[in-house]
Design a protein around this ligand. Structure first.
Ligand code: ZN
Length: 383
């Protein structure tokens, strides 16, 4: 059909030239036509015939030949991306700003350092412009020494609280080796990360005995969208933030302390009033997240996202709208149940089991593949 259209167009061009010449000269000898008017009518007839037949020749494009929508940097530049990296029972959030700046809040456990460093590399990070260790617990700062070793680092913020653990010491050693300095994290600090964003530190408001309450809490605003990162801040710190009168309202709340009962007090949750809640949680013996917290979030119709259910969780904001590609947990639970039904014959508890069975890596669709095993969400589990 395409060839027919080409022939038709060529014919039209030839005829147009010939008929225009005919109008100018007053005759079209080879057709035996005499007179300008006759030539003009012939030209018009030719266009009408072409139009009618041409319409019939417009072939709907075969869908398989349509260029796929390219989900590339072009459509994403100018957006804010917030990654809640799946580090199991721990916390790590990577923020990629509209102007290409990078902020990393926490880096998971020591064992996760390779995962975090690779995740950043895969995202094209060369420099971490702002690095925040919310508080010195191993499940937050464990992987940060490797991040400091592997990347250029701009500013580092950590609260004024020390710990005599090896993990904490090794982070301080990495920082000292690069002659970097640490700024004390406390409420009221404005972090200059990207001109299009406001990044404010809302806690710690006071000094606390408890390390969790010393957690740096950060609110990031881009246009009309906002994100609140809470570390392991507990009710006491939350109460001080509420009392300080600071604007806590945020679209996305990182649920404090992995969904422990010690955090997310009702008054704090009411003040934040989020649409989405993210729980950074993995296999644990603490009962995180607790039923009370889950119910409290569900009662307010907040959509819940969890690393133990969805792997890495990524939010994108254009300053007006937030999009999230994974489903919230209730929907995910249903789909996992369906997957299990289809694949009841093959089930792997973890990647060790997959490797022992000699089946690693598992690709999406393989028997036994599950999103739980595919923590980086690239469709390949237990790489
Ligand atoms: Zn923690």
């Amino acid at each position: 059909m395409e060839n027919a259209a080409v022939v038709l167009v060529l014919l039209l061009i030839f005829a147009t030239i010939r008929f225009i010449l005919g109008i100018v000269k007053g005759n079209i000898k080879f057709l035996g036509i005499d007179g300008r008017k006759s030539s003009l009518y012939l030209l018009i007839t030719c266009f009408v015939v072409f139009f009618i037949s041409g319409c019939g020749l417009v072939v709907p494009e075969d869908e398989s030949t349509v260029t796929p929508h390219i989900k590339e940097a072009t459509s994403e530049s100018g957006n804010l991306k917030v990654h809640y990296i799946d580090v199991g029972q721990g916390a790590s959030q990577l923020i990629l700003t509209p102007s290409g700046k990078t902020m990393l809040i926490d880096g998971g456990n020591n064992d996760d350092e390779g995962r975090v460093v690779n995740y950043l590399k895969k995202e094209g990070v060369k420099k971490v412009d702002v690095l925040i260790g919310t508080h010195p617990d191993a499940d937050h700062i464990g992987g940060l020494d490797a991040v400091v070793d592997a990347f250029d680092i701009g500013y580092i913020y950590m609260p004024k609280v020390s710990s005599n653990t090896k993990t904490f010491e090794s982070l301080l050693t990495s920082i000292a080796n690069k002659n970097l300095k640490v700024t004390t994290a406390k409420a009221g600090i404005d972090i200059k990360l990207d001109e299009q964003l406001t990044v404010k530190m809302l806690a710690p408001v006071n000094t606390y005995q408890d390390k969790n309450n010393m957690s740096a809490v950060i609110k990031l605003t881009f246009g009309s969208n906002s994100f609140l990162f809470t570390g392991d801040a507990e009710a006491e710190s939350e109460q001080d933030m509420v009392s300080s009168g600071t604007d806590l309202k945020a679209d996305v709340l990182l649920v404090g302390h992995h969904g422990s009962n010690s955090s997310t007090s009702q008054s704090f949750l009411n003040a934040v009033n989020p649409k989405y809640a993210v729980i950074q949680v993995g296999d644990n013996n603490y009962g995180h997240p607790t039923d009370r917290i889950l119910k409290q979030l569900a009662d307010k119709k907040i959509k819940i996202y969890r690393n133990d259910k969805q792997g890495n969780i990524i939010f994108t904001s254009n300053g007006e709208k937030i999009t999230q590609s994974s489903k919230s947990t209730t929907e995910v639970e249903t789909s996992i149940k369906q997957d299990d039904r289809q694949n009841t014959s093959v089930y792997y508890k973890n990647c060790t089991a997959v490797r022992e069975a000699g089946k690693a890596p598992l690709y999406k669709g393989d028997p036994g593949y599950s999103t739980k095993l595919d923590r980086d969400g690239d469709g390949i589990a237990c790489e």
